[in-house]
Design a binder for this molecule. Sequence first.
Ligand code: HEM
Length: 477
Amino acid sequence: MLYKIVVAPRLKLRKLGLPYPPPSPVIGNLNDFGPNSTHIAQIEWQKKYGDIYAVQFFHVPSIWISKPDILRQIMVKDFSNFPNHFSFNQSLPPFDKTVAELRDHDWKRVRNILVPTFTTSKLRVVVPLIKQATSEFIQRLIEADTKGEKLDMWSSCGQLSMKVILGTAFGVEIESKEQEEKLTKAAGVFFRTDDMSKLQTLLQFLVFTMPNVFKHIEPLLGGRFSNAVNYIVDITKNVIRERRDNLAAGKPCRKDMMQHMIEAGGQDKLSDDEIVSQAVIFLLAGYETTQNALSFTIYALATNPEAQQKLIDEIDSHCLDGDSINYDIISSMSYLDMVISETLRLYPPATITNRDVKKSTTIDGIFFPDDIMVGIPIYAIHHDARLWPEPERFKPERFTPEAKANQHPFAYLPFGNGPRNCIGMRLALLEVKLALIKILQNVEFVAIKETEVPLKLRSINTLAPTNPIYLGIRKRF
Ligand code: HEM
């Protein structure tokens, strides 16, 4: 046993022939992440060990790559040998059938069925929902300002993002404030909050890393997590059942992502359990990431007033009023795209991604055995001064068409790359862009004495601000 969990992993790590930070027994280098600092660890490792180094997580060795050329090879050119994300264990239902977790042919089948759900024409249907959630956001901002209250921009963007994902992926038409609060609370168990006890944090960690241990311990500790998951699964199953009945009876159904998932796939349809799994992964992968993207963009604009003014000018010249904004207008706004691209470079909500190695192979002289994980340090790549001069500065001009033509496409990975990239990218960008247009039509943001500069960041699941983001607002009309 000692050999299996302590000695053998260390021997395997050494055999990779790469520099590595010294691992601790059993947990490996997990502690190097420190509290909330996945992003800092990557920068430190790269400084000490270069662009290619090894790291051990529990008993699994991993090779971390910051070189764009090798990443292109892994993520695209040699995709058939790196087609899956790495997972330590088979997850518990409903997490086991998500498109992120599925492997090989099972993944391909589900991904192919889902891809049409995220096309431009299908996404048009979520525009009214995003508009509604943004109107509520603006109302909250103005009310708080009138009362002289400070509003944390990160939490407010979270409310907006949760409303959109519940409405689109789960197809839930929120019937009352009470139902919305109950659902939001249940969905919130997947995410870290400041008032969570150490035990809850540990359980959240165990559910994905050691599901079998979690399964036995959690019911003894009150079952908060399982109860919330069961509640969400039940609500989603009810929605699916109702939609299927309506479809059979020829009644009209709301055309949202849930409906597309029910109808998608021709002969090869998703089962109810598969649909529930996808709704859950859309919540997990799409809620906090989008919340961070929107709040970081607002923060970057407040602390860079010239960029904010330039964006407001673009918005005013393209959109005559809030109601006329549509998908085509949004796509034509180039400065908006530059601002969001630069925000996602500076503050990538997903700081890392990974790949599993299917068959042992050698790329550029590096040997990748089939029992390791490939780590892709997105944050370190985005902050590499060789790729991005003055990496800590917010400069949307890095993303003009001319500047983009000179960038390495694998030096910018906020949504990953290749066939395993983020399936929700278009939805996330649509949501952030549309929300920003509507918000900046009504208010502009200013840094105030409570605004933290520079922003302190924390990262476990996603890169988020450590403290509340407090900003002042100025009504535009
Ligand atoms: C700004 C917001 C978002 C960011 C920064 C982000 C980032 C990422 C990244 C880095 C990956 C890994 C890609 C790779 O390994 O190459 C990923 C995967 C994924 N994302 Fe997103 N994401 C965002 C929003 C969303 C949304 C809104 C959804 C769903 C509605 C979503 C669903 C997924 C799924 C399902 C995967 C796994 C895909 C697969 O394995 O086939 N994401 N995302």
